[in-house]
Structure formats: structure tokens, C-alpha cells
Write a protein that binds this ligand. Structure first.
Ligand code: S3P
Length: 430
């Protein structure tokens, strides 16, 4: 993602109103990919407006999948298990989810394809999918021992029993998707439980899977059928508004239709522990995914540590939690989060750099950050580092800084949330 446009954020006094969020990015990718290899039609409402999910749709189009999009509504005409060989490279843009999860499907196809990405994606580690997919029978060439572009040749796959060396839902989902095309039962064990949207999506499309604690298995050769679904609002996008609300005791915010899947909602427990008042109403389940309305009031923010399984559960929200840490009374320490180094940017370095530019004291570790509380920040000229979550996290930090903050490359937010800055602005009281 190249960094071009800047935004200027002015301090605010509170945040109030109601905001409906774009469809969850993790679920949008999975439903689109499974819709493509299902039989019949899949109709999705509130599909993510982010550029990442558009990358998935673009790749599916190149693989012969017909779909029509009207705003956030999408109709996908499933091809069944067989996709069409692409005539050109598959452009995954900035999207790690696209390249990793689609590789699982392509591993079981009878053709070769080349998956490419932007500069950021081309730096990200793919050995984590290459090793198990090759064990299943696919052949994958990469650059520099595991970076994109990937040249992937599909094969008749065989099932494997595999222990994931890193906790990654993208890898787990990729292998479950490959497992659909394998002879026998593919078993996957994860070191700690990660988000389970892959499992729930497979079940929604009619596949039978077996789940036990940190183990999941799938029998190959199962047929999928298309679904109709409304995709819940993205809780990782909600995080920016929740944290912004948390900065001001007078905030009052309502977020309807948001994803509350327990493997993603650790954020809410964490924020309640930090001092926010959050209530959940209108709880419903859609295709196994818990959805509800959040009502949030600001409070005074204490402090916290994020370690162990919490670091994996909060991995996408850590940038914004770190960005509000100086405004807490006791600070926030994050450890066991080495994965942050291989996200869309090195998020430990990006967060530390921007916080320091705003005058904060920060200690950076190989696997995390320690940010003392009780610090007053000042406005500064910051960089998004081409990373959507960094751009949005620092718009939140800027709301309580003294003076205005410029965020260069703020357009990176389109990766998950086009229109974010305008929507934030509309909620602010000054
Ligand atoms: C995702 C899993 C996480 C997360 C990413 C989306 C998913 O990545 O950071 O934004 O949809 O499965 P990893 O699987 O690399 O941990």
C-alpha cells in the first residue's frame, strides 16, 4: 500500500452517536472464497467495503468465478469444486488473508497460478503455509525462502495431521480449505485457539467438521452449497471507536449489528477491565456467528498487561490499544506478540515511532511494548507506514493530544475501512 494522502486530526472533547460498521473482513474473505467453490448461488449483504476483500473478489474473478456487486451486496455464482486456470497473475494486493487462504484452495486445483502482492505483502512470511501445503502434495515456489510472489502448482492432495508452529487463523483456514480437496481426514492442532471463522464458515456452507478444543479435522471430498448471509460489523474496526470513546468520560456510543464471536470479542472484556462501560443487547446468531448491539460509555482508564493467549486474541487491536495507553493511569504492557512484527507493517516499530513523535515514553521489545500511563501527548506529523490499522490507531491517539496531528499515508485505511476518518469526524464533539 503506497502512502500518499494525509489527514489532520484535531483534539476532541467526547464522542457520541451511533455507527454501523462495514462487514467483518475475516468473514467476508471466507464467505467469498467458499461461495466460489460451492454449488449454487451465495448472496451476501454488508460485505466488507475494504480493499483487502476486493482483492479476494478480484482473484476469484481471475479464477473464472462470476459475481455481481451492488454496494455492499454481492451475489457469487459458485463453480463447485473446480476453478478455472487464471490467464494472468493473481493480485492479492495488501491482503495476507487472500494469499494465505486462497492458496489452500489453489493447492487442490489442477493448474498452476502465480500469487503476487504489493510491497508490504511481498515482505510477509509464507513458509507457514508453504510447508504444510507441500506436505499435502502441492508445489509452491517462493522468493527468499518463503516470501511472495508464490508460484503454486495444485495437485491431488493427501490429508495430513499437522501441528501449527504459529498461532494463525489464516494458516488454519488455508489448511482446512485444502483439506476439502484432500483424500482422507486432515487434522490440525493449534498452539492456542485462534479465531474460528473458517470452521464456522465451512459449517455454514454445509461441510461437516469435527472440533475439539484446539483441534479441528475435516474429511476431504465434501460438497459445499451456497448460502444467504448478512455479514456482521467488523469488531476490529469497532475497536477504533470503542477506544476513542474510552478517552472521554462523557462519550456515549452505540454500535449495532457488530460481530461478537467469543474468539474475537476478548477486546470487550479487556476494555471493560480497563474502565469502559460496555453493554451488549439484541444478541443473535447468524450462521454460527454471534452478533449484537454494543452500547459504550467512557470512563477513566486504568492499566493492563496483554500476554500469552490474550496477545493472539487481540493481535489486530493492539495498535489502537497501544495508542491509547499513555492516557491510561497505569499504562499498558504487551508481550508475547512477536507476530506484530510481520503484519502489514512492523507494528511494534510503527507504534513506538509514532508514540515517541507525540512525546510519549515507550519501551519496545522484540515481542511487545511497554507504555507508561499518565502521559500527555502532543500533536505531531506521523506516518501510517502504509498500514491501515496504524493510520486509524493514531487518529484515535490524536483526539486527546495537545495540538493537531497530521497522519501521512492515511489513505491506507481503505484496506479495511474506507470512509473511516469522515465517520470518526461525524461522531466527535469539540
Ligand atoms: C486473520 C487472522 C490474523 C489477523 C488478520 C486476519 C484471519 O492473522 O491478524 O488480520 O482472518 O484469519 P494471522 O492468521 O496471521 O494471525
Amino acid at each position: 500500500m503506497s502512502s500518499e494522502e494525509s489527514v489532520t486530526i484535531h483534539p476532541a472533547k467526547s464522542l457520541s452517536g451511533s455507527v454501523r460498521l462495514p462487514g467483518d473482513k475475516s468473514i467476508s474473505h471466507r464467505y467469498a472464497m467458499l461461495g466460489a467453490i460451492a454449488e449454487g448461488t451465495t448472496k451476501l449483504e454488508n460485505f466488507s467495503t475494504g480493499a483487502d476483500c476486493a482483492s479476494t473478489l478480484g482473484c476469484l474473478h481471475s479464477l473464472g468465478v462470476q459475481w455481481e456487486r451492488n454496494g455492499t451486496s454481492i451475489v457469487i455464482h459458485g463453480r463447485g469444486a473446480k476453478l478455472q486456470a487464471p490467464k494472468a497473475e493473481l493480485d492479492c494486493g495488501n491482503s495476507g488473508s487472500t494469499i494465505r487462504m486462497l492458496s489452500g484452495i489453489l493447492a487442490g486445483q489442477g493448474f498452476s497460478s502465480e500469487l503476487v502482492g504489493d510491497e508490504s505483502l511481498s515482505r510477509r512470511p509464507m513458509a507457514r503455509i508453504i510447508a504444510p501445503l507441500e506436505m499435502m502434495g502441492a508445489k509452491i515456489e517462493s522468493r527468499d525462502g518463503g516470501r511472495p510472489p508464490l508460484r503454486l502448482t495444485g495437485a491431488k492432495l493427501k490429508a495430513i495431521d499437522y501441528k501449527l508452529p504459529v498461532a494463525s487463523a489464516q494458516v488454519k483456514t488455508s489448511l482446512l480449505f485444502a483439506g476439502l480437496f484432500a483424500d482422507g481426514t486432515t487434522r490440525i492442532e493449534e498452539p492456542i485457539q485462534t479465531r474460528d471463522h473458517g470452521e464456522l464458515a465451512l459449517q455454514a456452507f454445509g461441510a461437516q467438521i469435527d472440533r475439539r478444543m484446539r483441534e479441528v479435522s475435516i474429511i476431504g471430498g465434501q460438497k459445499l452449497r451456497g448460502i444467504e448471509a448478512v455479514i456482521p460489523g467488523d469488531i476490529s474496526s469497532a475497536a477504533f471507536f470503542l477506544c476513542a470513546a474510552g478517552l472521554f468520560p462523557d462519550s456515549q456510543l452505540t454500535i449495532p449489528g457488530v460481530l461478537l464471536n467469543p474468539t474475537r470479542a476478548r477486546l470487550l472484556d479487556f476494555l471493560i477491565g480497563l474502565g469502559l462501560r460496555i453493554t451488549m443487547t439484541d444478541l443473535q446468531e447468524h450462521h454460527g456467528e454471534l452478533v449484537g448491539t454494543l452500547q459504550v460509555q467512557g470512563g477513566s482508564l486504568k492499566g493492563a498487561r496483554i500476554v500469552g493467549g490474550d496477545s493472539a486474541a487481540l493481535i489486530d487491536e493492539i495498535p489502537v490499544l497501544a495508542a491509547i495507553a499513555p492516557y491510561t493511569s497505569e499504562g499498558i504492557e504487551i508481550r508475547d506478540a512477536r507476530e506484530l512484527r510481520v503484519k502489514e507493517s512492523d507494528r511494534i516499530a510503527s507504534v513506538a515511532k509514532n508514540l515517541r513523535l507525540m512525546g510519549a515514553e515507550v519501551e519496545a521489545f522484540d515481542d511487545g511494548l511497554r507504555i507508561p500511563g499518565g502521559q500527555q501527548l502532543h500533536g505531531a506529523s506521523l506516518d501510517s507506514f502504509g498500514d491501515h490499522r496504524i493510520a486509524m490507531a493514531f487518529a484515535v491517539a490524536a483526539l486527546r493530544a495537545e495540538g493537531e496531528t497530521e497522519i501521512k499515508g492515511a489513505d491506507a485505511a481503505v484496506i479495511s475501512y474506507p470512509g473511516f476518518f469522515e465517520i470518526l469526524e461525524g461522531l466527535l464533539q469539540r
